[in-house]
Design a protein around this ligand. Structure first.
Ligand SMILES: [Zn+2]
Ligand SMILES: [Zn+2]
Length: 115
């Protein structure tokens, strides 16, 4: 686990670290030898080739993964569409139960009738 602390400079002369499985691949490879994911991404601003483990373009400093994150978000929101209704239903039932409990509590805590 100490190895993961040395990720400050993942792209060295020895090779390119995989963004997914952290396997260090030989320099010049375009895909990870272990999991097959792409190791490089081209900059949206200047088109420079960057290792995917980098967060910013080495050439112009542009953030590299904004598009990737948007893609992931889109995929997640598309996947959870069916679940959203279920969550709403659960929340609705929970709020009804909560309201019911509050009503019961209020009924119990009514001040004693004054003689
Ligand atoms: Zn990999
Ligand atoms: Zn760039």
């Amino acid at each position: 686990m100490k190895e993961s602390k040395r990720r400050e400079n993942p792209t060295s002369a020895q090779g390119v670290a995989c963004p997914k499985c952290e396997h260090v691949n030989d320099a010049g490879k375009h895909t990870c030898r272990r999991c097959g994911s792409h190791l490089y991404v081209s900059c949206n601003a200047c088109g420079a080739h960057n290792a995917r483990v980098r967060s910013h373009c080495h050439d112009c400093g542009q953030r590299l993964h904004r598009g990737l994150w948007r893609k992931i978000e889109n995929r997640l929101s598309r996947k959870s569409k069916g679940k959203v209704k279920l969550i709403h239903l659960v929340l609705l039932v929970a709020s009804i139960l909560l309201a019911y409990k509050i009503i019961v509590m209020l009924a119990e805590f009514q001040p004693a009738p004054v003689e």
